[in-house]
Design a protein around this ligand. Structure first.
Ligand code: SAH
Length: 338
């Protein structure tokens, strides 16, 4: 059975060579605008075509396994089951009547960052374009709200699933579908240098977030093994290429971890590294992960922000939404699995 929700409109046209062109467009609209979950709903298609579609294709649908709702700010964390039984997390956030979604790009992750729960058991598999789209469609269906912005900061490394991610982005921004401007999307990477350059060349207009977390190469290696493959100089080089190609500034993520990367020396090194780069630093007080002893000290986060401010490096500390349901990324999935 083929997964019809992963077909772009041109691919769908190619799938139906004997049908009139407008049929593919009708089907695409049923799937991506009206969000039909069965072929029976596609009432303006001939019965014979609906039957043929039913025989050849499935429509990807996510099953809600668990829903955690923050009593403080309405943030909702979903644990979704995929068609093959694997689970992923998706987080819905509301801020000043605008709705934003944090989606997953893989089941698990093979990047092995020490402070992150998503990669503790390695990578299971990549998500398909339809499984990424379905997170958006299913949350819009469940909440009745229209999602206006997206962050690819859930489980997985989106650039390690490059082709599916790029296809997902093109379908998400398709005017025949959800039609979301990629200006409203941030993609976060731990620093896969060749893929950052490939992404730059596509000039998609999205915001690139780079998870830096440490400006010293040897120390970054200790918490982010990806540094062994691509060192900090190479990473910053790729960021410069990205900025030059796209004209967009980069957002550097920095999870502030007590005693690991939150000293004045750490801040000074970061300031030196980023001096002159068109960027913004986003400090994230590290979430505690049960399996590790990383934690944050609020006072150190505040001081760290102060050092960057004083050096005129643009910086903000991430607002904590849903702090009462604040299981770190990937922990909900693990809690079900183990
Ligand atoms: N693989 C991508 C995107 C997923 S993680 C990446 O590495 O960027 C999204 C962000 O959350 C990354 O910046 C990641 O480093 C950060 N993160 C992971 N675990 C965290 C934790 N326990 N506390 C704070 N931030 C964390």
């Amino acid at each position: 059975m083929k997964d019809i929700l992963s077909y772009t409109l041109p691919e769908l046209i190619a799938e139906l060579p004997t049908e009139k062109l407008y049929r593919a467009k009708q089907i695409y609209s049923w799937l991506h605008v009206k969000r039909a979950l069965t072929f029976d709903e596609m009432s303006d298609l001939p019965a014979a075509l609906r039957e043929k579609l039913r025989e050849d294709y499935i429509i990807c649908k996510l099953k809600t396994v668990k829903t955690l709702i923050s009593e403080r700010d309405g943030t909702i964390k979903y644990l979704f089951e995929l068609p093959d039984g694997e689970c992923i997390e998706t987080v819905f956030m509301e801020y000043r009547h605008a709705y934003s979604l944090c989606i997953s790009s893989q089941v698990g992750c093979r990047m092995g960052c020490k402070f992150c729960a998503s990669g503790l058991d390695g990578l299971v598999r990549n998500l398909t374009p339809s499984e990424m789209l379905s997170q958006v469609y299913e949350v819009e269906r469940l909440t009745g709200k229209t999602i206006g912005s997206l962050v690819m900061m859930g489980i997985g490394e989106p650039l390690d699933n490059f082709d599916n991610t790029v296809k997902f982005l093109s379908m998400l921004s398709d005017k025949n579908g959800k039609n979301l401007s990629l200006r409203h999307l941030s993609l976060s990477t731990c620093g896969l240098v060749p893929k950052i350059k490939e992404l730059a060349a596509l000039r998609l207009g999205l915001t690139l977030s780079v998870s830096l977390h440490q400006a010293d190469n040897a120390k970054r290696e200790e918490i982010m093994p990806v540094t062994k493959a691509y060192n900090i100089d190479e990473l910053i080089g790729a960021c410069r290429v990205y900025i030059a190609e796209t004209g967009r500034r980069i957002s550097f993520e920095y999870a502030v971890i007590a005693g690991v990367n939150d000293s004045k020396d750490d801040a000074d090194r970061l300031i030196k590294l980023l001096r002159g780069i068109n960027c913004h630093v986003n400090l994230i007080p590290v979430n505690n992960v049960a399996e590790s002893n990383f934690h944050n000290k609020r006072e150190n986060v505040k001081n760290f922000e102060g050092y960057l401010n004083a050096a005129k490096i643009p910086v903000t500390t991430r607002r904590t939404l849903g702090s009462d349901i604040n299981a770190a990324c990937g922990q909900l999935r693990r809690s079900i699995k183990n």
